[in-house]
Design a binder for this molecule. Structure first.
Ligand code: NAD
Length: 334
């Protein structure tokens, strides 16, 4: 039976990279069927709702989504769709594996980087609890709970054990935020105690960023609260060639949504210049999640072989191919 998957194209370059990825997934030979639903600025314009009910109805049925980026206005306007989806579906793990693609010319190309980032996905400063105390003074609440901290730490350690990784690094600022980040660290330490075969260390977030730039090869698995995870995963993406490459997965106990780390890239939207690699790599994670291991490997290897040949790469990674040319090359490589 075909896997039914909710496809949310999103805004900006979203529809371009989503369509490219859907074609590449079909070319793996995996039996998939898409249920296309709209969310984001386009859904608001066309249906009067940012997150129409049919998005949830579809995800309730399929349990698996592939999502393009959606617009979130800065400093006002509507709430982030991603934050709403993650909260409502309890997608508490944000997993971002950051690794090198063959022959891609980056500043760190001599290092074999392979860093798995586990970002807490439901709370912290992303709780959206902000208010004006008096004019000129606003308060933004940082929520850290034992429950959410433990489950993200457990997800990171369990994955590290399953994948025979060596070390998990918890990132924090508990020297300043003693209670909130202190609780996050306490939970990480407790979980770490159950995984004696894995090394465990802790780094303060500012130092962690400096070390990532100076010695990125010393990182293996990282676990972070929401905000640091967001920032550090973009930094890590920069080490391996940028946002056009790095995949992501939002996973909960009942649902999973796969999406790239990048946003809607309004500067290149609609021009056929977007790099679909990040969403294609997210689809590799999705196929593995669906138990389609062979199809996942086929897509992964096809992407890698196109990078190794270096002839059909998009502009963000030093080539001159369009989204369509890159996609066609990936499909030919399967
Ligand atoms: P962005 O990731 O959209 O773009 C940053 C830079 O990277 C731009 O120069 C862009 O052209 C480039 N880039 C990003 N993805 C690329 C790709 N696939 N191929 C080639 N180049 C690519 O970040 P931003 O400009 O800060 O955000 C734009 C919008 O996206 C905002 O509304 C933001 O809220 C939203 N956003 C959405 C998500 C999501 O839905 N998951 C994530 C991040 C940002």
């Amino acid at each position: 039976m075909a896997h039914l998957i909710t496809l949310i194209p999103g805004d900006g370059i979203g529809p371009e990279v989503a369509e490219a990825t859907a074609r590449a997934v079909e070319a793996t030979g995996a039996a998939v069927e898409w249920e296309r639903v709209e969310a984001g600025a386009r859904a608001l314009e066309e249906q009067g709702q940012l997150l129409p009910d049919d998005v949830f109805a579809s995800l309730e049925m399929t349990r698996v989504g592939l999502k393009g980026p959606t617009t979130t206005p800065v400093g006002g306007g509507h709430q982030s769709i991603n934050v709403a989806l993650r909260k409502k579906l309890g997608l508490y793990v944000n997993f971002r594996p950051v690794s090198m693609l063959p022959e891609l010319k980056t500043r760190y190309r001599d290092l074999q980087l392979d860093i798995a980032i586990f970002r807490e996905n439901t709370e912290d400063l992303y709780s959206g609890l902000e208010h004006e105390v008096v004019p000129g003074v606003v308060e933004s609440l940082k929520i850290i709970t034992e429950n959410a901290s433990r489950r993200i730490a457990r997800a990171a350690f369990e994955w590290a054990r399953r994948e025979s990784r060596k070390k998990v690094t918890a990132v924090h600022k508990a020297n300043i935020m003693k209670l909130s980040d202190g609780l996050f660290l306490k939970c990480c330490r407790e979980v770490a105690a159950g995984f004696p075969e894995l090394q465990y260390n802790e780094l303060i977030v500012d130092n962690a960023c400096m070390q990532l730039v100076m010695r990125p090869e010393t990182y293996d698995v990282m676990v972070l609260p929401n905000l640091y995870g967001d920032i550090v995963s973009d930094l890590a993406a920069g080490l391996v060639g940028g946002l056009g490459i790095v995949p992501g997965a939002n996973i909960g106990d009942h649902h999973a949504i796969f999406e790239a780390v990048h946003g809607t890239a309004p500067d290149i939207a609609g021009k056929g210049l977007a790099n679909p690699t990040a969403l294609m790599q997210s689809a590799v994670l999705m196929l593995a999640h669906l138990g389609e291991r062979e199809a996942a490997e086929r897509l992964r290897n096809a992407i890698r072989s196109v990078y190794a040949a270096g002839e059909h790469l998009t502009g963000d990674v030093g080539g001159s191919a369009s989204t369509g040319e890159f996609t066609a090359a990936v499909m030919r490589a399967m």
